[in-house]
Design a binder for this molecule. Structure first.
Ligand code: ZN
Ligand code: ZN
Length: 312
């Protein structure tokens, strides 16, 4: 990890405190795991520690770069906790909810998405962050498609950041309660309900609504997989799709709407849409905004019977 120009990154290692700063010449630290401990290297010093916490000078959020070799190099704004667990490192970044909303919108929205559609996505993302906390044992969300995909916080002048700040604190509520609002990249011309896909019913019932844009502009896909890989596969079952995607790669089966064609040595899947198809359809929302719809109209369409409330 390394400090940002002009900012101090304070490392707390048990009783010891170290400051990483570009002006001091020591601006980065390397952390690895050794059995149940962390080994922290800063310059020529090597310090073993049980845990590491990083923040700004007043224990506040700070900008820093985090590199996980062969995985990510990413700018974060927040605080950081690292622990060693079972010979691996557990890295948890704590950030302001609004920073997370802007980062999720920047990571998950298609380019050229109009502002009103981005605002609808920001509200859906914020609602999810409010309602679905604690998805993991020691932290709330991971940064894969399992929870919500996150990238660096976007520039404050970016459309994603403006969509987040102009809808600050707004969430979707069903019977006055925020719910884990699901959304999908595109759909098959109608959105789907959790029940249709074999998922347990959610606090919000969801509805299958028409999506005009996807009906007229379906995203078709074709995949060829081995008979063995396809043995457990069936259409319209989100849990099975996720199991197969986890094993073969996240884009192996793009959606739950597909037909299976069997050949002697392989299976061909012909499908439509990207994602589970539940809740807000990002392709449809983008088209609605192009046609002049505001974010309230978009949210009302994809999440019927909900209201937009302020959540602090
Ligand atoms: Zn997760
Ligand atoms: Zn759609």
């Amino acid at each position: 990890m390394s400090a940002f120009p002009g900012q101090a990154l304070v490392l707390h290692l048990g009783k010891e405190t170290l400051v990483l700063e570009q002006s001091s010449g020591l601006d980065s630290a390397t952390i690895r795991s050794s059995s149940d401990r962390l080994i922290v290297s800063v310059g020529s010093r090597v310090i073993p520690a049980m845990a590491l916490a990083c923040s700004g000078r007043s224990d506040d959020a700070v900008d820093f770069m985090l590199t996980i070799p062969d995985k990510i190099t990413r700018h974060y704004h927040g605080t950081l906790q690292i622990q060693s667990s079972a010979r691996s490192l557990s890295v948890v970044v704590t950030m302001d909810r609004e920073t997370a909303v802007a980062s999720v919108v920047a990571a998950e929205s298609a380019p050229d998405t109009p502002l009103e559609a981005l605002k609808a996505e920001a509200i859906a993302a914020r609602t999810y962050l409010v309602a679905a906390r604690g998805r993991h044992h020691d932290f709330d969300f991971c940064d894969t498609t399992h929870c919500q995909f996150l990238r660096e916080p976007p520039a404050t002048t970016s459309a994603a950041a403006i969509a987040a700040s102009s809808t600050r604190a707004l969430v979707l509520a069903y019977e006055s309660q925020p719910f884990a609002a699901m959304y999908t990249r595109s759909c098959s011309g109608r959105t789907r309900t959790p029940a249709e896909l074999g998922l347990p019913s959610a606090t919000y019932p969801y509805y299958s609504v028409e999506c005009k844009y996807c009906r007229d502009h379906p995203v078709h896909w074709t995949r060829r997989i081995s008979r063995q890989d396809a043995s457990s596969l069936r259409s319209s079952n989100e849990s099975v799709r996720l199991i197969v995607d986890r094993r073969l790669g996240w884009d192996m089966i793009p959606s739950d709407a597909f037909k299976i064609e069997k050949a002697a040595d392989h299976i061909t899947l012909r499908g439509v849409g990207e994602g589970h198809g539940i809740g807000l359809c990002q392709a449809g929302a983008k088209a609605m905004a192009h046609d002049g719809a505001g974010f309230q109209q978009i949210l009302n369409h994809y999440y019927p019977n909900t209201t937009i409330i302020s959540w602090r």
